[in-house]
Ligand binder design. Structure first.
Ligand code: SF4
Length: 610
């Protein structure tokens, strides 16, 4: 079986068992559960209870707190007691890294334990180890010994466990055998799940997070496929980890979480922002609500796509030039803008279009037209009338075959465009179906992807909601390798639409138009004011196109989880910062008030050398 879902063209929910976390059911027929995490010091009971209440009131159905040491794990007892006394029944979750004994304490007080297989027992050794089969088995046996008491205690107390792997924080043992890959992330979680299953414990939830939306998407897909093959049906917790802050973090979350929910995967979600934790809930609610709409869409006929869902490859298409801008084949995904209310071209987009009274789009010189066609004859007529124009023909999957002869005859002039999203339809599925039918008909016209606010599936959405839906639609298709020109019309402002288009392409890893940030959401381990620091670093570095900077709260998890960053700013000790180039620490324990300057010097030095 090469499929991770029963349908890529409409939303069929991946069947999972219900896992009870306190009184809250995750998976099965339950709605998508929303989660968040505190960023107080867990030992500070008063502050932690206050934030738990804020999160519950903002809509978090489960609330996670870090248990970074025994003192924090013990504090969970009072936090739970006071939170319940305040009238809240939301289950609490303890986040464990490195210290199994903290899990054994926390399990007494909270409804769920999250373990990271990358660091529950395995430590980074720093030097490569050649794992023979015997050594690998020996270490796995050690994991079993350390993990078993927790599983048995969870079983006795009726607690649940989330087994959550993160890209970048896999154990040396897993990396030695599988690399830092999606397969390694899934297998690491499955090793822990097998221990649970051997003990007849099945109250398990899985997560496979990454900050890279493509890797995150591919890993969850692979996990779902492998779960089905290995007869596992545990609920999935979705998240884009270290997504950062502001609009870019929301875009990445919508692409990663929303795209998977639209595919029927996911039972509980956490949008992870380097902002106040309560800010995560409105975003999570909106993404979940958009997914709930498509989860009710009607079945459509299935169709073979013939693509690999677990690694990225761009749809093969021919190159077509528009106004000297190449589109299709290996050309960068181009951005088209719609000039709103007589606006002038922004100079940022590759193509500028005007909206005509009939809803079609036209470049100012008439050399490029975007228009909906329901019959090939109308397209043929336009090709004759506008003899030198290139045309993006919006057609539906149902009539793709009928257009084949036209595409064949006008290869150098035509783009295919899936119908833009509109009320109540699974637009990603429809676009995929169109691409599959074009492939079957041997039509390699580049794809023009338009997202138009007048047609979005939830007309009542505010501007943030429209951006979420556009991110899911355009970002999801781009992550699938579909799309050669993209165009957004959701803000009522040309410059804003164009910027958002580039931001979505960056979130989907298709184009880099500015610096990229990986930032942890902060938690009880955070060693400095990460929100303020992140804002400052962004203000100084945003123009550094192509550079990825990680801003991480602590040295315990930060370096491991900043995955593919070029530079890292990591809390090393109270008041002290460590700076990294890729995975190498290059400056340690810098006083915090000098650290941003030193980071900038480090980057500027490198950029100067290029
Ligand atoms: S990297 Fe950030 S979120 Fe992760 S444990 Fe450290 S401080 Fe907490």
């Amino acid at each position: 079986m090469n499929k991770y879902t029963d349908s890529r063209f409409n939303c069929v929910r991946f069947k999972t068992r219900e896992v009870k976390v306190g009184a809250v059911g995750i998976g099965g027929a339950n709605p998508i559960r929303l989660q968040s995490m505190t960023n107080t010091k867990t030992q500070d009971v008063k502050a932690s209870v206050k934030q738990c209440i804020e999160l519950a009131e903002a809509g978090a159905e489960l609330i996670r707190l870090t248990a970074q040491n025994l003192e924090a794990a013990r504090a969970l007892k009072d936090i739970s007691k006071e939170f319940r006394a305040a009238g809240f029944s939301n289950p609490l979750v303890a986040d464990i890294h490195f210290l199994p004994q903290t899990a054994m304490e926390a399990v007494e007080h909270v409804e769920k334990i999250r373990v990271n297989p990358g660091n529950f027992t395995d430590k980074k050794k720093g030097a490569p180890v050649d794992y023979t089969d015997a050594l690998y088995a020996e270490e796995l046996e050690r994991v079993r010994e350390k993990f078993t008491p927790l599983v048995l205690r969870c079983k006795a107390l009726g607690r649940a466990i989330r087994i959550g792997t993160n890209h970048g924080s896999l154990s040396d043992r897993i990396i030695s055998r599988y690399g830092d890959t999606s397969f390694g992330m899934v297998e690491a979680a499955f090793e822990f799940a097998r221990i649970c299953r051997d003990l007849n414990f099945n109250d398990i939830v899985f997560s496979f997070k990454a900050s890279n939306t493509r890797i995150m998407t591919q890993t969850y897909r692979l996990a779902a496929k492998m779960m089905a093959q290995q007869d596992m049906n545990y609920p999935l917790h979705l998240g884009v980890t270290e997504a950062g802050f502001g609009r870019d973090a929301r875009i990445k979350s919508a692409i990663g979480i929303g795209g998977l929910l639209f595919d029927g995967l996911g039972d509980t979600i956490r949008v992870s922002l380097t902002e106040d934790p309560a800010d995560e809930l409105p975003v999570a609610k909106e993404i979940a609500a958009l997914a709930a709409r498509v989860r009710s869409t009607k079945p459509v006929a299935q169709f073979e796509e013939g693509i690999d869902f677990y690694s990225y490859s761009r749809r093969a298409s021919q190159k077509v030039e528009v106004a000297n801008v190449p589109a299709g084949a290996s050309a960068p995904v181009a951005v088209a803008e719609i000039l709103q209310g007589g606006a002038k071209p922004t100079g940022k987009a590759e193509l500028s279009m005007l909206r005509c009274p009939d809803g079609s789009l036209k470049s100012a010189d008439g050399a490029f037209i975007y228009k909906k066609y329901s019959a090939p004859a109308a397209l043929e007529a336009d090709l004759k009338t506008f003899a030198s124009a290139k045309i993006a023909a919006e057609i539906s999957a149902e009539n793709a075959e009928a257009f084949r002869a036209v595409f064949d005859a006008h290869k150098d002039r035509l783009f295919a465009a899936p119908s833009a999203p509109s009320n109540g339809r699974h637009a990603i599925g429809e676009a995929r179906l169109l691409a599959a039918k074009l492939k079957a008909a041997n039509v390699s016209a580049p794809l023009f992807i338009l997202c138009d606010s007048s047609k979005l599936s939830a007309p009542e959405l505010d501007s943030d909601g429209r951006l979420n839906e556009a991110s899911i639609y355009i970002g999801g298709l781009i992550c699938d390798g579909f799309g050669d020109i993209v165009c957004l019309d959701i803000a009522g402002d040309t410059a804003e639409d164009t910027t958002m288009c580039f931001d979505i392409l960056q979130g989907a890893r298709a184009r880099r138009s500015k610096a990229e940030y990986i930032a942890c959401p902060s938690c009880g381990r955070t060693l400095y004011d990460i929100q303020e620091t992140a804002k400052k670093i962004k203000a100084y570095t945003e123009h550094m196109k192509g550079v990825t900077i990680a801003i991480m709260g602590c040295v315990v998890n930060g370096p491991g989880e900043m995955a593919d960053a070029d530079y890292g700013y990591v809390g090393g000790a109270p008041g002290k910062i460590n700076l990294y180039k890729a995975r190498t620490c290059v400056e340690m324990n810098i006083p915090q008030d000098e650290a941003i300057d030193r980071l900038l010097k480090l980057i500027e030095n490198d950029l100067g050398k290029k």
